[in-house]
Design a protein around this ligand. Structure first.
Ligand SMILES: Nc1ncnc2c1ncn2[C@@H]1O[C@H](COP(=O)(O)OP(=O)(O)OP(=O)(O)O)[C@@H](O)[C@H]1O
Length: 307
């Protein structure tokens, strides 16, 4: 099976709420594709449609060229994690996996393999009800991997994980993609995808607002700006503004300059003997790039979040 996901023109309403408004993107094999957007952007609904759990008013989603519901062995073709807390608390982690494995004609050996792969071996015989959210996420990822599927769909897999867990998921997702799998992973925080995603699909109000490689996105958001570090901020601002630059103060000793090249900044500061310890091309963080793109698409802001 070709390891791809194709989402094409999905439209869906819940009464007056437009959940999906033409959502369209493709997930390629061998990459981690981050699916990012503010709350209510339509990420979970899209994932449910990909997995055949939700219907749409228009459009279609294909996995390996076919609708999920027509796949012969769906769990061997697509692994998914939608809600890590959806488990029976009195069952051990191992029994939870055994129950799923049996439904796919898989045995106990595969269960122990995936438990080991996600680092749950020592806890796998304990009741899942006593697991932390992070351990439940690992159990959910183990379940997604049971059928060794070429496509993975994971909804907020780092939710509730501690920094060590988050680091583990990042490396793990990269390794799964390096094995040639198509990995679609959602998050409402771009920063969670830093060092993980090769590509991002940014959603807002039910549609795609950017579908772009991470390197390209950072490059575009960085713009033609220059970072200047100086012990004489006032003098530097005066000289650079006089030459026509737009200058913003980004820290006590740091300025971000637009409208002049790095070489020109160095020359101007040199001519006026303004001290500086660094002049470099500004590099936007993934978070910064994301904020710029989603500014107009945010459905609502958290209370107290000034606009
Ligand atoms: N079962 C439902 N009934 C009514 N409205 C729904 C239902 N499911 C989703 N919606 C609405 O559809 C829109 C998209 O929701 P969805 O959960 O797909 O977004 P999301 O990007 O996954 O957000 P979050 O990060 O909060 O999970 C939202 O406005 C949501 O309130």
């Amino acid at each position: 099976m070709e390891a791809t996901i194709e989402v094409s023109g999905l439209r869906k309403r819940y009464g007056p709420t437009v959940a999906l408004d033409g959502m369209t993107f493709t997930v390629a094999p061998g990459k981690v594709t981050g699916f990012v957007g503010p709350n209510g952007a339509g990420k979970s609904t899209t994932m449910r449609v990909i997995l055949g759990l939700d219907s749409v008013d228009e459009g279609h989603a294909l996995v390996g060229g076919r609708p999920y519901r027509s796949l012969r062995h769906p769990l061997r073709q697509v692994g998914s994690l939608l809600d890590a807390s959806a488990l029976q608390p009195s069952r051990t982690g191992r029994n939870h996996l055994l129950w799923l494995a049996h439904s796919q004609g898989l045995g106990a050996r595969r269960v122990d393999e995936v438990a080991e792969r996600v680092g749950l071996t020592s806890a796998i015989r304990r009741k899942a009800g006593g697991y932390s959210l992070g351990m439940r996420q690992r159990l959910g990822i183990a379940a997604a991997l049971l059928g060794d599927p070429p496509v993975l769909v994971l909804d907020e897999p780092v939710n509730g994980m501690d920094p060590e867990g988050i680091r583990w998921v990042r490396g793990f997702l990269r390794a799964l993609a390096a094995e040639g799998r198509a990995v679609l992973v959602s998050s409402h925080l771009m920063s969670e995808l830093q060092d993980t995603a090769d590509h991002v699909v940014i959603a807002g109000r039910g549609k795609v607002i950017a579908d772009v490689g991470v390197a390209e996105l950072i490059e575009a958001a960085s713009g033609a700006r220059v970072t200047v570090r100086t012990s004489d901020r006032t003098a530097a601002m005066t000289v650079l503004a006089r030459a026509g630059a737009t200058v913003a103060v980004t820290a006590t000793d740091t300025l971000t300059v637009s409208g002049l090249s790095g070489e020109r900044v160095v020359a101007l500061l040199g001519e006026d003997s303004v001290p500086f310890s660094e002049v470099s091309a500004h590099r936007a963080s993934l978070e910064e790039a994301y904020m710029e793109l989603t500014r107009d698409a945010v459905e609502f802001h958290a209370a107290g979040d000034a606009r």
